[in-house]
Design a protein around this ligand. Structure first.
Ligand code: ASP
Ligand code: MG
Length: 407
């Protein structure tokens, strides 16, 4: 008998009709002889609706009260799902985070799970019952309700799977699984049957928003096999695994990730001396602004230029801070550019293949696309380009690496 944790997102439980079909899916896995723990999100749009109501009253509601508020969305879906399971003649029991209990720290709105006591759920499973747990929420040591951050139900599911040593954690969503790239941009994008955690993290952090990144990290750390599947079609979905495909040597590039969330800042004409990079970038980090790509070069006149990217929403704050620094350092100018995009090729197979980067650069050159910045890791090469070329770049690279057929 296998123990499976199944998580259904907001769209999958978006109406009573859909909750009925989730119940049918759960019933099917149960009657196949598995022990089932279900984690559900709030009905789609519900968390936003709740937040909007609080904002009508005031902008800065206390975080404790906000968590009491938004946790109600999931409480609705656990009970409705149990009622639907009951109507199919199945035994089930619903749990809020506090009832499991899922114990977290007290960081309202972005709480971290500290411990899960699984005894109640284990008893249910042993007695032939299905456990239905509210995602996204927990309880702190004072007994206050906490929530884990937007999209946090994925993390609840993975944490439960890790604690219960589940055989698989299945994330049901509104897509079939993880694709070689966004099918809305490349119609030939192919569903991947398997991807490694490392690759998934690169794909996710680069903008393939299938799973909450934190949940993927968690699953990797605890070795929980994760499977992304569609709640609306059959299909095996994508398995995210530690080892990766058996034919791992074969594909060099597994997918193309991209995002338009970044913006670029350049500071020119600063001294080329020890300590200057720290002076430029230190105050930005101190302001809690994440910096992604960083490039420094030195001109003929020995002055230095530093270019870096930040999240587009933080461009203005970063620009302000940089203006102060520029005065101190006597910099020549600052250039801000929000019309950029980042495109990455991702694949564990790159570790053992030379020449992948050259292929990428040649491919972009043949499309007349200028590369502004380059950054690499063992399993990724990312370039920053002008935003208007993004779709062209993704399509060209997808074809270049034969991703539509998997060669
Ligand atoms: N309902 C929460 C949200 O909308 C948590 C989740 O869906 O995972 O962010
Ligand atoms: Mg979600």
């Amino acid at each position: 008998m296998a123990l499976i944790v199944q998580k259904f997102g907001g769209t999958s439980v978006g109406s009573v009709e859909r909750i009925r079909s989730v119940a049918a899916k759960v019933a099917k896995s149960f009657s196949d002889g598995n022990q089932i723990v279900v984690v559900v999100s709030a009905m789609s749009g519900e968390t936003n609706r709740l937040i909007a109501m609080s904002q009508e009253l005031q902008d800065r509601a206390s975080p404790r009260e906000l968590d009491v508020l938004v946790s109600t969305g999931e409480q609705v879906t656990i009970s409705l799902l149990c009622i639907a399971l009951e109507s199919l003649g199945l035994k089930s029991r619903s749990y809020t985070g506090g009832q499991v209990p899922i114990i977290t720290d007290s960081a309202y709105g972005k709480a971290r799970i500290e411990k899960i006591r699984p005894d109640n759920i284990k008893k249910d499973l042993d007695s032939g019952s299905i456990a239905v747990v509210a995602g996204f929420q927990g309880i702190d040591s004072k007994g206050d309700i906490t929530t884990l951050g937007r999209g946090g139900s994925d993390t609840t599911a993975v944490a439960l799977a890790a604690t219960l040593e589940a055989d698989e954690c299945q994330i049901y969503t509104d897509v079939e699984g993880v694709y070689t790239t966004d099918p809305r941009i490349v119609v030939e994008a192919r569903l991947l049957s398997e991807i490694t955690f490392e690759e998934m993290l690169e794909m996710a952090s680069q903008g393939s928003k299938v799973l909450q990144i934190r949940a993927v990290e968690f699953a990797g750390k605890y070795g929980v096999p994760l499977r992304v599947k569609s709640s609306f079609t059959e299909g095996a979905g994508t398995l995210i695994s530690l080892e990766g495909r058996e034919d791992m040597e074969k594909p060099t590039v597994s997918g193309i990730a991209f995002n338009r969330d970044e913006a670029k800042l350049t500071i020119r004409g600063i001294p080329d001396q020890p300590g200057v990079a720290a002076k430029v970038l230190g105050p930005i980090s101190e302001a809690n602004i994440d910096i992604d790509v960083i490039v420094q070069n030195v001109a003929k006149d020995d002055s230095a230029t530093i270019t870096f990217t930040v999240n587009r929403t933080e461009l203005d704050s970063a620009h302000e801070i940089l203006s102060e620094i520029a005065k101190d350092l006597g910099a020549e100018e600052i250039i801000a550019d929000s019309k950029i995009a980042k495109v990455s090729i991702v694949g564990v197979g790159m570790k053992s293949h030379a020449g992948v980067a050259t292929q990428m650069f040649e491919c972009l050159a043949s499309e007349g696309i200028n590369i502004q910045l380059i950054t690499t890791s063992e399993i990724k090469i990312a370039v920053v380009i002008e935003e208007r070329y993004l779709e062209l770049a993704v399509r060209a690279l997808h074809a270049k690496y034969g991703l539509e057929t998997g060669n």
